[in-house]
Design a protein around this ligand. Structure first.
Ligand SMILES: Cc1cc2nc3c(=O)[nH]c(=O)nc-3n(C[C@H](O)[C@H](O)[C@H](O)COP(=O)(O)OP(=O)(O)OC[C@H]3O[C@@H](n4cnc5c(N)ncnc54)[C@H](O)[C@@H]3O)c2cc1C
Length: 153
């Protein structure tokens, strides 16, 4: 059975041995081993569907973290390092302690880092997960849902 950092599985969580599956921290999917609970839940749903003769594929998880660092809220999700050559948009207000970094690729939000003000974290995460086009709201997306969403319809 091929093992790199984890047991290598395909989009149905199958190893290369018939009827042997892997998910969670021990599994490696498309080169990624996840170290969080949520991807394992997503993998479990796909595997359950597969075992029930469903036709659902697992294409990977968008990993998000929400932390307090020395009392400061910090959120990150997706390709926040712009490893896939996305465009980087940055807003930095040092006096208020607010920093935002958005990564845009192919007209879609692919990653985000928020420091200080994380109230729009789940909105940004949803934009990443749904791969919705942000072209119509690009000018306002940095300022959050309340300002950008009225134009998003
Ligand atoms: C300190 C700490 C804090 C964490 N905090 C977070 C967090 O805030 N948020 C988050 O999303 N993730 C967190 N994680 C990661 C998260 O716990 C793991 O990603 C998750 O538990 C992985 O689930 P799993 O079912 O794949 O593996 P595990 O939870 O490790 O389960 C594997 C099970 O297999 C059993 N086992 C091992 N070997 C054998 C064997 N040979 N035979 C039979 N049974 C065996 C083990 O006893 C264990 O019960 C944290 C991890 C640690 C260590």
């Amino acid at each position: 059975m091929p093992v790199n950092r984890g047991i290598v599985v395909d989009d149905r969580l199958r190893s290369d041995i018939q009827n042997v599956y892997a998910l969670g921290e021990c599994a490696e999917h498309r080169g990624t081993c996840y170290g969080l609970v949520e991807p394992a839940y997503e993998q479990a749903k796909v595997l359950a569907a597969h075992l029930a003769d469903g036709m659902v594929d697992y294409s990977g998880s968008v990993v998000a973290t929400n932390l307090k660092v020395s009392g400061v809220s910090v959120f990150s999700a997706g390709d926040f390092l712009a490893a896939d050559n996305g465009e980087i948009l940055v807003f930095n207000d040092e006096r208020r302690g607010t920093y935002k970094k958005l990564v845009v690729a192919d007209g879609r939000l692919s990653g985000v880092v928020l420091v200080g003000d994380t109230q729009d974290a789940l909105w940004y995460l949803d934009l990443i997960r749904t791969t919705a086009s942000i072209e119509a709201i690009r000018g306002d997306i940095m300022f959050g849902r309340a300002i950008a969403q009225p134009k998003a319809a």
